[in-house]
Write a protein that binds this ligand. Structure first.
Ligand SMILES: [Zn+2]
Length: 323
């Protein structure tokens, strides 16, 4: 069992590794995971040992990661007897903490819902105890996926407001189709298994309001925007149409994770690697745009402008190669 959450001392709250990444990149908040203390999410463990009994992180600060981010035991980490997290192996002494890890790199903790409103993180000193995250304490409402069995869980299915978390679930478990069919995901009013909530870009006409994904063909850097071109085309009435999404530079300039976002895009333009784009919130639609060579002519393209950068990401995904 992997750590689903860790207790963050300064926030007096339990965070997922994706919350930690979001906080690291958030320029409106002073947070550096390397300076924070993370402890076992099991309250009994935390109450038994002092604040020096901490966990480590993997890929907490790396903008362009491939391997699944997670919390991990350090050689010095202790747990009480019977703690479900006790069996997690600490890296062997001498193994580079952030490099040569060999444990299974799948995301095991599937959030049951992506919350579209960002979670509020409140520092312990500025606001003691209550108020930080009311939503987490609400009873879980079973999602209404017809005929889909909810697998039993060691911990309650969680909600997240970090888009990268369900994306990692999908990417790292891509070869386990049954699992992706079984696990439900809710966003807004819509609930569907992970396997069908994530829709290949070439099939975007099937349904609106899903998470669309596809391999990137090219990223164009224009004066006012970036344009992401997808490799696959959409077929409509036996004709192929290109698909793209626009990212407004104005939107990026006011984004709270501006630096990290620009780094992600810059890497995507320069890396030459196979990259995939995931987005939620808009559905590209057929538009007629003027041809560059012959301005009197127009051609059709499926296009959309991304409205919320929190629900967009570009990343490597070796498990999706060829898809
Ligand atoms: Zn523990």
């Amino acid at each position: 069992m992997k750590f689903d959450l860790a207790y963050c001392l300064s926030l007096d709250d339990k965070l997922s590794i994706y919350d930690v990444r979001d906080l690291n990149f958030d320029e409106t908040m002073a947070f550096d995971s390397a300076k924070e203390h993370f402890q076992c999410p099991n309250d009994a463990c935390r109450l038994t040992f002092d604040a020096a009994n901490v966990l480590g992180t993997f890929n907490a600060k790396n903008v362009n990661y491939v391997r699944t981010p997670h919390f991990k035991n350090l050689p010095s980490t202790r747990h009480v007897e019977g703690c479900p997290y006790v069996s997690l192996k600490a890296p062997a002494p001498g193994v580079d903490a952030d490099g040569a890890e060999t444990d299974d790199s799948r995301e095991e903790h599937f959030p049951s819902e992506l919350l579209l409103t960002r979670r509020a993180y409140v520092r312990k000193s500025s606001s003691p105890v209550a108020g930080a995250d009311v939503q987490r304490d609400e009873p879980q409402i079973p999602s209404q996926t017809s005929g889909t069995e909810q697998p039993s869980r060691d911990s309650a299915p969680d909600k997240t407001s970090i888009f990268a978390h369900p994306v990692e679930c999908f990417v790292s478990n891509f070869d386990d189709k049954d699992l992706l069919k079984r696990m439900p995901l809710k966003i807004g009013e819509h609930t569907a298994p992970y396997g069908s909530f994530f829709k290949k870009i070439e099939y975007l006409q099937d349904n609106k309001g899903l998470i669309y994904w596809g391999k990137i063909k090219e990223i164009k850097d224009y004066t006012q925007s970036f344009r992401i071109d997808f490799e696959k085309k959409v077929w409509l009435e036996k004709k192929p149409y290109s698909v793209n999404v626009y990212l407004s530079k104005k939107l990026i300039d006011t984004y709270r994770k501006r630096k990290a976002f620009l780094e992600e895009i810059k890497h995507a333009i320069e890396s030459g690697r196979e990259l995939y784009c995931f987005f939620y919130g808009v559905t590209p639609e057929l538009k007629q745009v003027p041809s560059k060579k012959k301005p009197e002519q127009t051609f059709g393209v499926f296009s959309a402008s991304i409205e919320n950068l929190d629900h967009f990401m570009v990343r490597e995904a070796p498990g999706l190669a060829g898809k």
